[in-house]
Design a protein around this ligand. Structure first.
Ligand SMILES: [Zn+2]
Length: 150
């Protein structure tokens, strides 16, 4: 009985400690309040959207892809290609668009990239791209919005 109480109390205290911690992290990254829960999970908790769900997969117009959180310009449509993976893919980013870090989750060593302006997670970049750059930026569609050029 007493043990259960202490355990419950412990969990409650831990919860109290974690809430402000999470809040501070979020505040530091300035999350756009118009984002959906799914977008927030991908961009700030490093989630991944289900493949073949993004409307941007079929986007073929000329224009630019922007960060859904802060609006920064990240990719040109000229760099977009169909990788067959089910996520919007690009052969190169606009200069200075991203910061990268090595990600060891799921027992793999991958390079994760985030918006350089706001820190939102975007996807992973691989060295198996089909074009001259050799890069394949595999981006969650929900982290982007497209603006066609007139
Ligand atoms: Zn951003």
């Amino acid at each position: 009985m007493r043990r259960t109480f202490i355990k419950t109390l412990g969990t409650a205290l831990l919860g109290l400690l974690l809430v402000p911690y999470k809040f501070v992290l979020s505040a530091a990254k300035q999350i756009n309040k118009d984002l959906t829960e799914e977008q927030k999970e991908i961009m700030f908790e490093e989630g991944t959207e289900r493949p073949f769900t993004s409307e941007l997969l079929n986007e073929k117009r000329d224009g630019f892809y922007h960060c859904a959180n802060c609006g920064a310009k990240l990719f040109s449509s000229a760099a977009k290609f169909d990788s067959g993976t089910g996520w919007p893919s690009f052969s190169e980013a606009l200069p200075g668009a991203f910061v990268t870090k090595v990600d060891y989750s799921y027992g793999m060593k991958r390079t994760e990239y985030s918006c350089a302006n706001c820190g939102a997670h975007m996807g992973h970049v691989f060295d198996d791209g089909p074009t001259q750059t050799g890069k394949r930026f595999c981006n969650n569609g929900l982290c982007l919005f497209f603006v066609p050029t007139e």
